[in-house]
Design a binder for this molecule. Structure first.
Ligand SMILES: [Zn+2]
Length: 234
């Protein structure tokens, strides 16, 4: 592949929090300041324009579009991410773990805040496990129970169908994937590196892992597909 020729396919970017400390972030790569985030957005907008990659909602897609996703349901999705992306017309997806809503941990969205987030133009809510357990560590029955609970609890709160999810820790195998399908999810993201096309399983969409300290050059290289060798790791 020649430099300057982007890999074809859909990019799903994986973010976590902006301004809140991310659980388990021992290397300080996911805990992103507001300034980092605004820098990321500015760079992404330039890439989107220059390479004709429109921002689009998280979905199964074959074209060179960019979907922006956030895992875990941090409170800054409402205070920072939502307003900044919405005013720029960039759709975004927040994968929420319902048990965090009532945890009392102010880093995470409360139930009322989640309802408010869902009303922001461009925002879509997906599930992220009921209690953020590694689903591959559970029995088939327990994994399915967890997935169903994550879906039903968010549907009860938001009064709308929840059909998308991301797997906690990116942990997924065929058993977990099938359980997700059985309870009614139609599109799901893992954390495996790569872009997506019509051959990609909609319940195993690849993502690009975005880090707080990424330079503009790094962001561009990731989005254009030049880091896709990471997806070949076993
Ligand atoms: Zn998570």
């Amino acid at each position: 592949m020649l430099p300057g020729s982007p890999v074809a396919g859909q990019r799903v970017l994986m973010y976590h929090a902006v301004g809140n400390r991310v659980d388990g972030d021992v290397h300080n790569i996911y805990t992103m300041s507001r300034a980092d985030f605004l820098r990321h957005i500015e760079t992404l907008q330039a890439i989107s324009t220059q390479h004709h990659m429109p921002f689009a909602p998280f979905r199964h897609a074959n074209s060179s579009e960019i979907a922006v996703t956030f895992d875990d349901g941090y409170a800054d999705a409402l205070s920072t991410v939502g307003p900044e992306l919405s005013k720029r017309g960039i759709p975004f997806h927040v994968f929420v773990t319902p048990s965090k809503l009532t945890s009392g941990d102010r880093r995470y969205l409360s139930t009322a805040e989640l309802r408010e987030l869902a009303t922001i133009p461009g925002a879509t809510i997906g599930a992220h496990g009921a209690t953020h357990q590694s689903l591959t560590s559970l029995s088939e029955v327990d994994a399915q129970t967890d997935l169903l609970a994550s879906k039903q609890q968010l549907e009860d709160i938001l009064q709308q169908p929840i059909t998308t999810m991301s797997y906690p820790y990116g942990h997924v195998n065929q058993q977990v994937r099938l359980a997700a399908q059985r309870v009614g999810f139609t599109v799901a993201a893992c954390s495996k590196w790569g872009v997506n096309n019509s051959d990609t399983d909609p319940l195993l969409l690849n993502r690009l892992d975005m880090w707080a300290g990424d330079s503009a050059r790094t962001i561009e290289n990731k989005v254009l597909g030049y880091w896709n060798f990471l997806g070949r790791r076993t």
